[in-house]
Design a protein around this ligand. Structure first.
Ligand code: NDP
Length: 330
């Protein structure tokens, strides 16, 4: 049976999630890839244990992570039962509903029907009574925002989640959600958004600043642009990578344009001068201004967790470095 490293809390900074009382590790682990029924359970355990030993206390799921849909939650449930349940109170486990999950009109979107049913099923798969954070996974223009937010509120009041969040909501959508949730008194603490050196839309849209100014936490997903910012695709597509494995429809060879690879090469030079790998610099860059509470990484093997955690050794960027990076990314 797994026994956690006694020194795990010496290694990781914990940041307040917005103005809430909940602290999140500077790096959190997402289970979108590599935790499905197509993957190896022993490897999943190694990744999760390595993460927890490094001080990563936050584990992010969604109803449809797999493949097959639901299987990442099932595997997390298995590993909780076999090893991690003694540490449940030291863990922040989140899940979501919002994208397609089951057939028919009730397995997608933002209806009260979908959200409440989906969370009940997630809890069964996880073998838990509650999750720490439950998210609406994406805005649904066909459901009144009041309905979705009331469902989130009831979920918390029923004790099935401690906090709620939204994901992929832009500034205007966040403002509206926040207005309703605050009126209801719902513990709304976080927006989960894509953000990386290659994807700065949350800066342009203004949602990053909006969250910061309004005391709501921001957690950044796909911080390595699914691996592109590790530099692993500069000499072709490795067979054992996300783009090369053929297992993910979300990253394909065609996403790797020469323009993108050119930027990656130029960034790699700055990382080298900073004494970091490009991976580490890309993660550190997200934390540079203190406006992002946690960076949500993925990993296909435990060594990646170890490398990525070393990003935290240097998250300070000189203005000269920042200017050069901005120039490359322009
Ligand atoms: P990343 O951008 O961090 O990509 C992770 C992948 O990059 C790994 O699986 C691995 O892929 C590769 N990688 C990571 N570290 C290294 C390393 N040190 N060396 C070499 N390769 C490395 O994040 P994800 O795209 O996986 O997203 C992270 C999490 O964000 C998800 O698990 C999920 O929880 C969340 N998310 C949320 C979404 C939402 O809509 N709310 C959408 C997408 C993600 P490989 O080795 O296979 O090449």
């Amino acid at each position: 049976m797994y026994k956690a490293d006694e020194t795990r809390y010496d290694k990781m900074p914990y940041n307040r999630c917005g103005k809430s009382g909940l602290k999140l590790p500077a790096l959190s682990l997402g289970m979108w890839h590599n935790f499905g029924s197509v993957n190896d359970l022993e490897n999943m355990k190694k990744i999760l244990f390595e993460a927890f030993d490094c001080g990563i206390t936050h584990f992010d799921l969604a109803n449809n992570y797999g493949p097959v849909y639901g299987s990442a939650e099932e595997n997390m449930g298995r590993i909780l039962r076999s090893d991690l349940m003694p540490y449940r109170k030291e863990m922040v486990i989140s899940t979501k509903a919002g994208y397609d999950m089951w057939k028919g009109p009730y397995g997608d979107g933002g209806s009260r029907k979908y959200l409440m049913t989906s969370l009940d099923e997630s809890l069964k798969r996880l073998g838990l009574d509650y999750v720490d954070i439950f998210y609406h996974h994406r805005p649904d223009p066909d459901t009144p925002m009041e309905e979705t937010m009331a469902a989130l509120d009831q979920i918390v009041r029923s004790g099935k989640a401690l906090y709620v969040g939204i994901s992929n909501y832009n500034r205007e959508q966040t403002r509206e959600a926040c207005r309703i949730l605050r009126e209801q008194g719902t513990p709304f603490i976080i927006n989960q958004l894509s953000y990386s050196m290659l994807n700065r839309w949350i800066e342009r849209d203004g949602v990053k600043d909006y969250l910061y100014e309004n005391g709501i936490g921001c957690i950044a997903f796909s911080p390595l642009a699914q691996g592109i910012l590790t530099g692993k695709y500069l000499e072709g597509i490795p067979a054992d990578s996300r783009a090369g494995s053929g297992k993910s429809p979300f990253l394909r060879g065609s996403d790797l344009s020469e323009d993108t690879l050119e930027k990656v090469r130029a960034l790699q030079e700055i990382a080298r001068e900073r004494g970091q790998s490009l991976t580490q610099m890309a993660l550190a860059w997200i934390l540079r201004d203190g406006k992002v509470a946690s960076v949500l990484i993925g990993a296909s093997r435990p060594e990646q967790i170890r490398e990525n955690c070393r990003a935290l050794d240097n998250i300070i960027f000189s203005s000269e470095e920042s200017d050069r990076i901005d120039e490359i990314l322009r």
